[in-house]
Write a protein that binds this ligand. Structure first.
Ligand code: FES
Ligand SMILES: [Fe+2]
Length: 338
């Protein structure tokens, strides 16, 4: 294990909770990017994420803060703050303090997840968080899939970029995931903050087959470093979301979600079909834990000893990643790689 040499304060969308974890009126404490934060939901249902400390005398709103309709009320002196972090009421004064603001983060809620936009310079979002259905523009929706299955691993010593680098790392599939043959990448598009990686892969058969005969694969969309969504084809229909969010200077939380497709036609035994889907979903989750096992113990290699065939993919992804490090040191580390 080693402290990641990349910045733990990258720019982008990052998951901080699942939607179901914050119901209307609820206040939840969290720590991300080395800051104490709270997540809460207004009475009308909007999710809000902001820094935890009241700008008055510094009470932690996660200990006794109360949601009152569309605002949160501090437990110390009753000052009320809206979802933008603006003070809207001092109960013992005729007007609020318009100057002070609690830092509040842009929120996107989709795929049963709450994402925040993090940028140390507080620039507004300049790309969208990927959606595991809509981003593939194939008319799919959650209705076509069984309920989301999830995995949560807390405070692991790893960096979001490790997870993304899997997207160019063709050789690991055979060794970590025990695929019979090494997959082949058919698309690497790192031109924008949202990048695309497609590959042909099979989990079936033995090592005598040729990759040219394989009729299955995965398409991945990476929305910055924090969230990656995938869609499979030619195998059991599945979609996944992996989301890695820095907690402090050493660790990150990892969330993984998988959806398994429902049968397209009527089946004789729906309960059996669902049980089989669940079994397959568990297998997808298990494969992801194999990756986590490597990531959480690895040391980021910079510059890495790359094989000739790995050079192009790793160079492209590491160069792409530098744009998300506005604070320099991490970006410089990434930029040093060949
Ligand atoms: S510290 Fe929050 S109202 Fe005084
Ligand atoms: Fe992997």
């Amino acid at each position: 294990m080693a402290k990641p040499p990349l910045s733990m304060k990258p720019t982008g969308w990052f998951q901080v909770a699942w939607s179901a974890e914050i119901s209307p009126g609820e206040v939840r404490r969290m720590k991300y990017f080395d800051r104490e934060m709270i997540g809460w939901r207004t009475a009308s249902g909007e999710a809000v994420v902001m820094d935890a400390y009241c700008e008055h005398l510094g009470a932690h709103l996660g200990y006794g803060g109360q949601v009152e309709g569309e605002v949160i009320q501090c437990p110390f002196h009753g000052w009320q703050w809206n979802k933008e972090g603006r003070n809207v009421c001092i109960p013992y004064e005729s007007r609020p303090n318009r100057g002070r603001r609690i830092r509040s983060y842009p929120v996107t809620e989709r795929n049963e997840s709450i994402y925040i936009w993090h940028d140390i310079d507080e620039r507004p979002p300049y790309f969208e968080a990927p959606d595991v259905f809509a981003s593939f523009a194939d008319d799919s929706s959650a209705d076509d899939y069984y309920p989301q299955m999830t995995l949560f691993r807390e405070a692991l010593e790893l960096h979001p970029q490790y997870v993304l680098e899997n997207g160019v790392d063709f050789a690991h599939f055979k060794y970590v995931h025990k695929t019979p043959i090494v997959p082949v990448f058919t698309r690497h598009d790192f031109a924008q903050p949202v990048s695309f990686v497609d590959f042909t892969i099979t989990f079936e058969g033995d090592e005598s087959q040729s990759i040219d005969d394989v009729k299955s694969g995965v398409e991945a969309i990476n929305g910055g470093l924090g969230i990656a969504v995938t869609k499979s084809w030619g195998m059991v229909d599945n979609r996944t979301i992996s989301a890695v969010t820095p907690v402090d200077e050493r660790t990150s939380d990892v969330r993984f979600m998988v959806y398994i497709g429902r049968p397209r036609t009527a089946v004789k035994d729906p309960a059996r079909a669902e049980a089989k889907a669940r079994q397959f979903g568990e297998e997808v989750v298990r494969q992801f834990t194999q990756d986590i096992h490597i990531w959480s113990h690895q040391r980021y290699s910079d510059p890495p000893a790359l094989a000739g065939s790995e050079y192009e993919g790793f160079t492209a992804i590491r160069k792409w990643a530098t744009q998300f490090y506005p604070d320099g040191p991490g970006g410089t580390a990434a930029a040093r790689t060949p």
